[in-house]
Design a protein around this ligand. Structure first.
Ligand code: ADP
Ligand code: MG
Length: 735
């Protein structure tokens, strides 16, 4: 079944099936142009701060070196942005504020290589539909500038000549004057000005070659004032103050493996002396100020787990990716970007931060405790044969570091690389990490989940039964390869483990369903599938497996009843879990539980049967829990239904074709003519290799970020310790 991802909130046209009552169809009318534009404008300019962002980005694109912002009444009365950039040509003024007029993009292909902040040509136009816009500008070599005013996308009068200093000044007055409701809600909120100040601070520390200022109209002093500088650290210090500036660590990570991810990141992160109640996360991707909730959460977790004081961090990060790896066009405000290999990138950044923090934290502890200087130098310099005594490890011939195949910074572990030993900077076996991790109530996803107490309770239960050592294991293990169809081989410190991928993935999915509750994106099925028939299929399948023989009439009845149950709950399933059943009883949409992973669609019948059969609908909490479990089971990394062709099951593919061959050629013995069904074999091979790829590149990176392993996993065979490398090494040595 083909699938395509879609935002969950989009309405399906098929959903609006007319009622059978005979009536004239309503007339479809074109919306008034002005209404369309105002709706569109309201999307681009959501608050005063969105207008400021667009204006400042335009000024940056115009090669300005100085940008100043003046705001009155939180931006509702006045926003004025002045720059010293290249200005706007006189001839362009008449179309400046029409929709889709831009100097930055002319053909679709340009989108691939876009490096400027703007390209949609919508920002200025949008502003003219919800405010009064005045532009004053002068270009190089001109004696005077021009001033023009705009309304609803058009220039109101011929531009007037006026005195002007270098660059452009844009004034936005009476924002949302024609959107009463929006204006009213914003008037009551006092924090628009602080949002604008915050925005300018962020720009100021990234675009260090530009001096920024931001002040309230009539105020003598600016609330942000930065001068152009070549030092990022100076910029941060001048904008965020010395308390931030003196507690930062420089961080750099890069990866240039086209098969997994390719990016460069550099930035500054706060150290263990920094204290704050709220995280400050300033993220630029390809010089564009964006947000990335998943990365932010991943970083918060590292801080909570690594630093004893568990302060909220300050993070400045600039990530550079090949332009073709980001879709800058996913959001009208360009605030969110969609990245290729997001999970891998996040995982790498997370690991880099963790090792940076650990190293800095340890060297600090050493200094304070005045430990033998030798020990201190060992922790930073090259590995010697005696591990530092402060780690409490007995002296031994081979340093533990050398037994470690690879570290968790390298999620692309491979079985063949097993004997190739690599150094690990993280091999400090920091036992306090696990206990710190578990003692800190992780605030992952908080504030984003729906406010239902039942969901909150279920999430709390996950926290309360989380096993701290397993959390450390999952967070820092290296994936080596699949040992068989179900167990993966992992290395954690000097131990090897077998881990049951089905159990682990099921648990991860369950936890993800609850934390994404009511905010799923969705997979749209290209062919909506009839629920009742699918349940019937599942029942027949079950029968085959159990070798039972319920008659088909009975199965039909069961299928019908289950379908009825599900149909009655469609609204709830849609709203909370993005499972859409259309009025004709067809399944048309499924939730995305893990980004970049599409579940095995052959298991849809089983999912529907579980929803019909296994969910208890009476108690809210139990209901959500059982639905989450059903979805989790569907999403889990089960072995594909076709047997593994690289195992002993090759026989399966021979047998499948022997029947056909026999018909045409009866003179040979049955064994001779058993040919391999190539198509089926190919299908199986691709399913298995796809699964293995996803286990390595999607499942394990996501588990590192999100899984909280329950205590039961310590005893139910999910993890099996197979070897200790220290012992193995001793055995080798004796041989
Ligand atoms: P976009 O930035 O997507 O091109 P905008 O509506 O933000 O669309 O701006 C339209 C055009 O106006 C820009 O492409 C640019 O040529 C011009 N422009 C806007 N602001 C400035 C400015 N401060 N200095 C110079 N040119 C500007
Ligand atoms: Mg723009």
């Amino acid at each position: 079944m083909e699938v395509e991802a879609q935002a969950s909130d989009r309405m399906d046209m098929e959903d609006c099936v007319p009622t059978p009552v005979q009536r004239e169809p309503p007339i479809i009318r074109r919306l008034d142009e002005a209404v369309i534009n105002r709706i569109a404008a309201g999307e681009v300019i959501q608050r005063p701060v969105s207008a400021v962002k667009e204006l400042v980005e335009n000024s940056i694109d115009a090669d300005s070196t100085s940008i100043s912002v003046v705001v009155k009444d939180g931006g509702l009365k006045l926003i004025q942005v002045s720059d010293d950039g290249h200005g706007i040509r006189y001839e362009d003024l008449p179309i400046l504020c029409e929709r889709h007029t831009t100097s930055k993009l002319s053909k679709f292909e340009d989108l691939q290589s876009i490096r400027s902040m703007g390209f949609r040509g919508e920002a200025l136009a949008s502003m003219t539909y919800v405010s009064h816009v005045t532009v004053t500008t002068i270009t190089k070599g001109q004696l005077h500038g021009y001033r023009a005013t705009y309304k609803d996308g058009v220039m109101e009068y011929e531009p007037k000549a006026c005195a002007a200093v270098k660059g452009t000044q844009i004034m936005i007055e009476n924002l949302f004057y024609n959107m009463a409701a929006r204006k009213k809600t914003l008037q009551n909120s006092a924090d628009d000005y602080s949002k604008i100040v915050d925005l300018i601070c962020r720009f100021a520390i990234h675009h260090t070659s530009v001096g920024f200022s931001c002040r309230k109209h009539g105020a003598a002093r600016a609330d942000v004032h930065s001068v152009a500088t070549s030092s990022r650290l100076d910029a941060i210090r001048s904008v965020y103050g010395a308390s931030v500036g003196q507690n930062l660590l420089k961080i750099e990570v890069s990866d240039n493996d086209p098969s997994s991810s390719s990016f460069e990141m550099d930035g500054f992160i706060s150290n263990s002396n920094y204290t704050a109640k709220k995280i400050t996360m300033v993220l630029f991707i390809n010089d564009r100020l964006v947000e990335c909730g998943a990365l932010k959460r991943a970083i918060e977790i590292v801080y909570a787990a690594t630093l004893p004081k568990a302060s909220k961090p300050f993070i400045y990060m600039s990530v550079k990716l090949p332009p073709e790896h980001i879709d800058v066009n996913v959001h009208p405000t360009k605030r969110e970007v969609s990245l290729l290999n997001q999970e891998i990138i996040i995982e790498k950044i997370q690991s880099a931060i963790e090792s940076k923090l650990r190293n800095s934290n340890e060297s600090r502890t050493f200094q304070e405790q005045k430990v033998d200087p030798l020990a201190n130098s060992v922790s930073t310099k090259k590995v010697t044969s005696t591990p530092p005594s402060s780690f409490g490890t007995k002296p031994q011939k081979v340093p533990v570091h050398k037994m470690v195949r690879t570290d968790s910074q390298d999620p692309a572990g491979r079985l063949h690389a097993y004997m190739q030993v690599k150094h690990s900077s993280q091999m400090q076996g920091n036992s306090c990490l696990a206990s710190v991790r578990s003692s800190i109530k992780q605030r992952r996803n908080s504030g984003e989940t729906a406010d239902l107490t039942s969901i909150q309770e279920l999430l709390r239960e996950i926290d309360s039964i989380c096993h701290s050592e397993l959390l450390d294991l999952v967070g820092h293990c290296s994936y080596i390869g699949m040992a068989d169809d179900v167990f993966a081989l992992l290395q954690h410190n000097t131990h090897l483990y077998l881990a049951n991928v089905v159990n682990l993935s099921k648990e991860l999915m369950y936890q993800q369903v609850l934390s994404r509750f009511a905010r799923f994106s969705a997979i749209q099925l290209s062919d909506p599938a009839p629920v009742q028939e699918l349940i019937m299929m599942a029942l027949k399948e079950e029968d085959l497996e159990a070798e039972g023989n319920q008659n088909d009439d009975l199965k039909e009845k069961i299928a019908e009843m289950n379908t009825e149950v599900i149909k009655q709950k469609t609204e709830m399933l849609e709203e909370y879990f993005s499972i859409n059943i259309d009025p004709n009883g067809n399944l048309s949409r499924l939730p995305i539980v893990l980004d970049q992973y599409t579940p095995d669609m052959d298991r849809i019948p089983e999912l529907l049967l579980c929803l019909g059969n296994d969910v208890s609908w009476d108690d809210e909490k139990v209901c959500f829990q059982t639905i989450a479990a059903a979805i989790a089971n569907f999403y889990a990394f089960h072995p594909p239904l076709l047997p593994n062709p690289s195992g002993e099951s090759l026989q399966f593919y021979k047998r499948a074709s022997s029947g056909d061959a026999e018909e045409g050629n009866t003179s040979h013995s049955a064994d001779d003519i058993k040919e391999i069904d190539q198509d089926l074999l190919l299908e199986a091979e691709s399913a298995w290799s796809q699964r293995e790829w996803s286990i390595q590149h999607v499942l394990f990176p996501s588990m590192r970020l999100f899984l909280k392993p329950p205590k039961s996993m310590a005893t139910n065979g999910t993890f099996v310790k197979v070897a200790s490398l220290e012992k193995l090494y001793k055995i080798f040595e004796r041989c």
